[in-house]
Design a protein around this ligand. Structure first.
Ligand SMILES: NC(=O)c1ccc[n+]([C@@H]2O[C@H](COP(=O)([O-])OP(=O)(O)OC[C@H]3O[C@@H](n4cnc5c(N)ncnc54)[C@H](O)[C@@H]3O)[C@@H](O)[C@H]2O)c1
Ligand SMILES: O=P(O)(O)OC[C@H]1O[C@H](O[C@H]2[C@H](O)[C@@H](O)[C@@H](O)O[C@@H]2CO)[C@H](O)[C@@H](O)[C@@H]1O
Ligand SMILES: [Mn+2]
Length: 443
C-alpha cells in the first residue's frame, strides 16, 4: 500500500503538535512515510520540531522526519501540503483586534476589519506556498486552512485558478460535533447535513441521521434554549476557553433571527457586533488570551519534551477534530467520495448567487478534488447578507492584486461591522500604518 509524504507549512504553529499526534493516530487510515515541517521562522519552528521529532521517533520510528526553512527541501517529494500559516504572527493578530476596537468596531481575527487586514497579509504567503508546491511537487494537493480562509480562497480562485488547492475550515466540524452531542449522538458522522454560506458565515438547512430521519427539530430545540452550549459536565471535560463558551451560547440569539435554519457561530460579529464587543477587553483581546494560553502551553510542553528527551507524561493532546484533514486527504488519495463541507467556487451550487463566489457547501470529494452539491435557492435574508460580505472579500483581493487603496476603503466601508465610510477611512489609515511590512504598497 502506498505511503504518503506530507509537508506541514507553518511548522511552528500552535496547532502542529496536535495535528502530528492526530496523523500518528490515523496511520491505519492514511499511511505516512515522511512528515516534513516548513516555516519561514526557524527559531519558532525549532521548538515544535525538536519535540515532534522525539514524538515521531517514539510512536512511528519508520517515518522520516524533516524540519526545514528551505522551500526546495520542504516541497520536494510530497503528496500533500497541509498549510496553516499566520503571516505576521500573534503580534499582528493583536493589532487586527485592537485597532478596530479603538474606532468602536468589532476587533476579530477573521471577521470585519481585522480579517480584512489579515487577508491582505495572508494572500502573498499562501500564493508563495502554492508556487513552491507546483515547482517542486507538481502532482501534490494543498489542503489549506490558513486564515482568513474566505479571502485566501477568493485569492486562490482569482490568482491561481488551476492550482490543486482545497480550502477548508474546522468551524462547521466543531459545531456539528456539538449538535451531535446535544442530541445524544456519538459523532457528527452520524449526521448528513445541508449547509450554505461563505466561510465563517453560513447556515445549516437540513440535518438527518443515516436513515434519513430529520434531526433538525431536536437540534433546534436545544439551540433555542442553549445555543451550541452543552451540559456542564460535558463542557468541563472538553477544556473549552471561556470566550468560546460565550460564542457557543450566543448562537441562541443568532437562531432567533432565522428559526428556519441553524447558524454558524461567527455570524455573531455581523448580527450582534455590540454584544460581541461588550465581552471584549480592548486592552486584552483574544490574541492575548491565546498567547498566554495555547501558545505558552504548547511551546512550554514542547520544550519540556526536549529537555526530558521523551514525550512520556506530556499534556499535549491529539487534535481529534482535525481528523477531518485526514478524511480530506483520504478522499483524494483513495477516491472515497466522502461528503465534506468545503470552500469552493459556487458555479451554481447556490442557485441565486454569484457564480464566481467562493461558497462553503457540502461537496463529494474524490481523486479530482471536490464536486459541490447543489443547495438550491437561498432566502432573501441570507442572500442579502452574503451579497454584502462576498463583495467585501472580492474587493480585498482586488485591492491586493491592483495595489488599490480605493478598493480597500470600499471593502471596509461595505463590511457590515463598519458604520460608515469616514470610520472606514480612519481605520484603513491606521491598519495601513501597522501593516507596512506586510501589505503591498497601495496607491
Ligand atoms: N481554517 C480553520 O478552521 C483554522 C482552524 C485553526 C487555525 N487556523 C489557522 O491556522 C493558522 C495557524 O494558527 P496558529 O494560531 O497556530 O498560528 P501560529 O502563529 O502559532 O503559527 C503560524 C506559523 O506560520 C508561520 N508563518 C507565517 N508566515 C509564513 C510564511 N509566509 N511561510 C511559512 N510559514 C509562515 C509562522 O512563523 C508560525 O510558525 C492561522 O492562519 C489560523 O488562523 C485555521
Ligand atoms: O481564537 P482561536 O485562535 O482559539 O481560534 C480561532 C479559530 O477558531 C475556529 O476554530 C475553532 C473551532 O471552531 C472550535 O470549535 C474549537 O474546536 O476550536 C477551534 C480552534 O481553536 C475557526 O474555525 C478558525 O478558523 C479560527 O482560526
Ligand atoms: Mn475557520
Amino acid at each position: 500500500m502506498k505511503k504518503f509524504s506530507i509537508v506541514i507549512a507553518g511548522g511552528g504553529s500552535t496547532f502542529t503538535p496536535g495535528i502530528v499526534l492526530m496523523l500518528l493516530d490515523n496511520l491505519d487510515r492514511l499511511p505516512i512515510r515522511q512528515i516534513k515541517f516548513y516555516d519561514n521562522l526557524a527559531e519558532r519552528q525549532d521548538h515544535i520540531a525538536d519535540a515532534c521529532r522525539i514524538i515521531i521517533n517514539e510512536k512511528a520510528p519508520e517515518i522520516n522526519f524533516v524540519s526545514t526553512t528551505n522551500p526546495k527541501e520542504a516541497f520536494t517529494d510530497v503528496d500533500f501540503v497541509m498549510a496553516h500559516i499566520r503571516v505576521g504572527l500573534y503580534a499582528m493578530r493583536e493589532k487586527d483586534e485592537k485597532i478596530p476596537m479603538k474606532h468602536g468596531v468589532v476587533g476579530q481575527e477573521t471577521c470585519g476589519p481585522g480579517g480584512i487586514a489579515y487577508g491582505m497579509r495572508s494572500i502573498g504567503g499562501v500564493l508563495e506556498l502554492i508556487d513552491y508546491m507546483e515547482r517542486y511537487s507538481p502532482d501534490a494537493w494543498m489542503l489549506n486552512y490558513s486564515n482568513p480562509a474566505a479571502i485566501v480562497a477568493e485569492a486562490t480562485r482569482k490568482l491561481r485558478p488551476h492550482s490543486k488547492i482545497i480550502n477548508i475550515c474546522d468551524m462547521p466540524v466543531g459545531i456539528e460535533e456539538r449538535m451531535a452531542q446535544s442530541i445524544g449522538l456519538k459523532s457528527r458522522k452520524e449526521m448528513v447535513v445541508r449547509y450554505y454560506g461563505l466561510n465563517h458565515f453560513g447556515w445549516w438547512t437540513d440535518i438527518r441521521d443515516l436513515e434519513g430521519n430529520d434531526l433538525m427539530p431536536q437540534i433546534k430545540k436545544h439551540v433555542s434554549q442553549h445555543g451550541y452550549s452543552l451540559l456542564e459536565e460535558v463542557e468541563a471535560s472538553q477544556h473549552v476557553d471561556a470566550s468560546w463558551m460565550d460564542t457557543f451560547a450566543k448562537a441562541k440569539d443568532l437562531y432567533a433571527v432565522d428559526p428556519e435554519t441553524l447558524p454558524n457561530t461567527y455570524l455573531k460579529y455581523y448580527l450582534y457586533p455590540q454584544d460581541a464587543m461588550e465581552h471584549e477587553d480592548p486592552d486584552y483581546t483574544r490574541a492575548n488570551q491565546v498567547m498566554d494560553g495555547r501558545e505558552k502551553h504548547v511551546f512550554g510542553e514542547c520544550d519540556k519534551i526536549v529537555e526530558r528527551g521523551t514525550s512520556e507524561g506530556m499534556t499535549l493532546e491529539i487534535d481529534e477534530h482535525a481528523s477531518y484533514i485526514v478524511d480530506l486527504a483520504r478522499a483524494i488519495a483513495y477516491n472515497t467520495h466522502e461528503r465534506m463541507l468545503l470552500i469552493v467556487e459556487n458555479k451554481g451550487a447556490v442557485a441565486n448567487f454569484d457564480e464566481t463566489a467562493m461558497v462553503e457547501v457540502p461537496c463529494i470529494v474524490g481523486v479530482n478534488g471536490p464536486e459541490p452539491l447543489v443547495q438550491g435557492e437561498i432566502p432573501r435574508f441570507q442572500k442579502g447578507m452574503m451579497e454584502q460580505q462576498v463583495a467585501v472579500e472580492k474587493l480585498v483581493v482586488e485591492a491586493w492584486a491592483e495595489n488599490s487603496y480605493q478598493k480597500l476603503w470600499q471593502a471596509l466601508t461595505l463590511s457590515k461591522t463598519v458604520p460608515n465610510a469616514r470610520v472606514a477611512k480612519e481605520l484603513l489609515d491606521d491598519l495601513l500604518e501597522a501593516n507596512q511590512e506586510f501589505w503591498p504598497e497601495l496607491h
